[in-house]
Design a protein around this ligand. Structure first.
Ligand SMILES: C[S@@+](CC[C@H](N)C(=O)[O-])C[C@H]1O[C@@H](n2cnc3c(N)ncnc32)[C@H](O)[C@@H]1O
Length: 267
């Protein structure tokens, strides 16, 4: 079965238990994503990799009661989280692998995704399947992370890149993970091969104000697979990196470097 590694990763109860503490970081992308997607009342929208559904519900507020929004995610645990929260009747959640499954409720005027498109075993197949679900004149708009450099909230990834051991899920042989789509040229080549037009891009430097413990704790790093024998060293490095971002109120102004692309199908 495709995307087995990611299905396991995103259904890990430990990760999902902590997911609501990550959403305040990721949700900063909702406003620019929805603005660029240019949603209107009455549209049909697909939210790819909807996770706990915060962006799905935000999209539903824009398209109103005459619109419809499908939130699709391959993790049953994420879908369970989304369904456990309030959502309007215009929203449907669906457990599906958007790489290969048919997605009922289309064709969609807009396909949106907040950090849900960087985990496919076969990104070209996934984008092709998404394209097949677009209505004429429809667009795909996705928020993805820029590089690791400006994104301090991904401490375990940053430490792993510095040689601290971290267990990663098996991949389909292509780059996968939060920074997999930081390279605009590579993403554009995938989209073109899948039948989309060249995407337009916009960058956003956002900030999430929070306690240092919201960004990094020993337990978070251990859960993420950072070497337990070097955990003191790892936590020391993480705290040193974050300290310059601490304001007078003691809060960390954690930078979030996001980019959003939008593209219709190729003519
Ligand atoms: C980083 S989370 C983002 C969740 C949500 N959009 C947010 O911003 O809070 C990525 C989500 O994509 C989902 N995902 C990964 N691969 C997928 C696939 N092939 N089909 C559907 N969902 C997928 C994961 O299960 C996960 O919930």
């Amino acid at each position: 079965m495709a995307n087995e590694g990611q299905r396991t990763y995103f259904a890990d109860p430990k990760r999902i238990e902590r997911w609501p503490t990550r959403e305040p970081f990721t949700s900063h992308a909702i406003a620019p994503l929805l603005a660029i997607a240019n949603l209107h009342a009455g549209q049909r929208v697909l939210d790819v990799g909807c996770g706990g559904g915060i962006c799905t519900v935000a999209a539903a507020e824009v398209v109103g009661s005459t619109g419809r929004v499908v939130g699709a995610d391959l993790s049953p645990v994420m879908i369970g989280l989304a369904e456990s929260r309030p959502y309007p009747p215009s929203v449907t959640y669906l457990e599906a692998d958007v790489q290969e499954d048919a997605i009922p409720g289309g064709p969609f005027d807009r396909i949106i995704s907040q950090f849900g498109t960087m985990f496919f075993d076969n990104p070209v197949a996934a984008f092709r399947n998404l394209g097949a679900h677009l209505a004429p004149g429809g667009t795909l708009t996705a928020a993805v992370w820029q590089g690791m450099d400006g994104n301090l909230s991904f401490m375990a990834h940053r430490l792993a890149a510095r040689g601290f051991k971290r267990a990663m899920p098996p991949t389909g042989g292509v780059p996968q993970g939060p920074f997999a789509h930081s390279d605009r040229e590579w993403v554009a080549s995938l989209l073109l091969e899948a039948g989309f037009a060249p995407p337009t891009w916009q960058s956003f430097s956002l900030v999430h104000r929070c306690a240092l413990d919201d960004v990094v704790t020993e337990a978070m790093l251990l859960d993420a697979g950072i070497d337990a024998e070097r955990i003191d060293e790892a936590i020391g490095i993480a705290r040193t990196e974050l300290e310059p971002f601490r304001g007078a109120d003691g809060q960390i102004a954690c930078p979030l470097e996001v980019q959003v692309y939008a593209t219709p199908l190729a003519p």
